[in-house]
Ligand binder design. Structure first.
Ligand SMILES: Nc1ncnc2c1ncn2[C@@H]1O[C@H](COP(=O)(O)OP(=O)(O)OP(=O)(O)O)[C@@H](O)[C@H]1O
Length: 223
């Protein structure tokens, strides 16, 4: 079964203090976690605890300073580029391309893979997120909630095994956030993807199969 296993992960940043002195920011030094296919995982924790950094490490966008990220896809060990090809991303700031219309944004991950059915598949996902009527609109012509629906369509269009979401409702009002949460978890369930979600929202985190809290360098499984 597809999974990502974090073994004895350590991560830190070299920075400068306010006085200009070299300073090391330690996030964690012995973190273990397994992200399994078809399960949703929420990561809570105070600001600055390292949640976004941890998400980048799980998604193999960054390499840990110590420890190992072992990726298994289709029954065998896989590398970071293979994981990225099987992953979808949803961010707080949407990260849509302003020059492309809604359909173009959703079709892009497929176009980059040379998929000849990119437009048809993108249309299907635009419909799934209720944005068919907005296909020709640019992101700046859409509301925040609509932009996030577009980002969700883009994340799922290539049928990802893993979806990584960093504060996907952080920029949205309560009502829109609830709608986006339902949509995200609905798509995850339909697609059978694993979800790793970083959030400050207790409500959103409770939709996940398992919840963790990252604080003071420790990742704790919550009941
Ligand atoms: N590229 C970087 N270089 C130096 N320091 C960094 C870098 N990225 C993150 N940090 C620092 O690492 C710490 C953890 O950051 P991170 O964004 O992972 O936390 P977070 O838990 O996601 O916070 P928030 O909830 O506020 O988004 C912070 O102190 C941040 O300033």
């Amino acid at each position: 079964m597809d999974h990502i296993e974090l073994r004895a992960l350590g991560h830190w940043f070299e920075g400068r203090s306010q006085g200009g002195e070299p300073e090391t920011i330690y996030l964690f030094d012995n973190l273990n976690l397994t992200v399994r296919a078809g399960r949703s995982h929420a990561i809570l924790g105070p600001s600055g605890a390292g949640k976004s950094s941890l998400l980048s490490l799980i998604a193999a966008l960054e390499r840990p300073r110590s420890g190992e990220v072992a990726i298994h896809l289709d029954g065998r060990a896989a590398d970071a580029p293979s994981l990225r090809r099987r992953s979808g991303f949803v961010f707080q700031q949407f990260h849509l391309l302003p020059e492309l219309d809604a359909l173009g944004n959703v079709a892009l991950p497929l176009r980059l893979r040379g998929d000849g059915q990119a437009r048809e598949k993108a249309r299907h996902w635009l419909e799934r997120v209720g944005l068919s009527a907005r296909a020709a609109h640019k992101p700046n012509q859409l509301s925040g909630g609509e932009q996030q629906r577009l980002a969700i369509a883009r994340a799922f269009v290539a049928e990802p095994a893993f979806v990584f979401a960093d504060e996907p409702t952080g920029n949205l009002d309560q009502h829109t956030a609830a709608y986006i949460g339902e949509l995200l978890f609905g798509c995850v369930q339909e697609q059978g993807s694993a979800l790793v979600l970083v959030t400050h929202s207790d409500t959103l985190s409770r939709m996940a199969d398992c919840r963790y809290r990252l604080s003071g360098g420790h990742l704790e499984l919550l009941a």
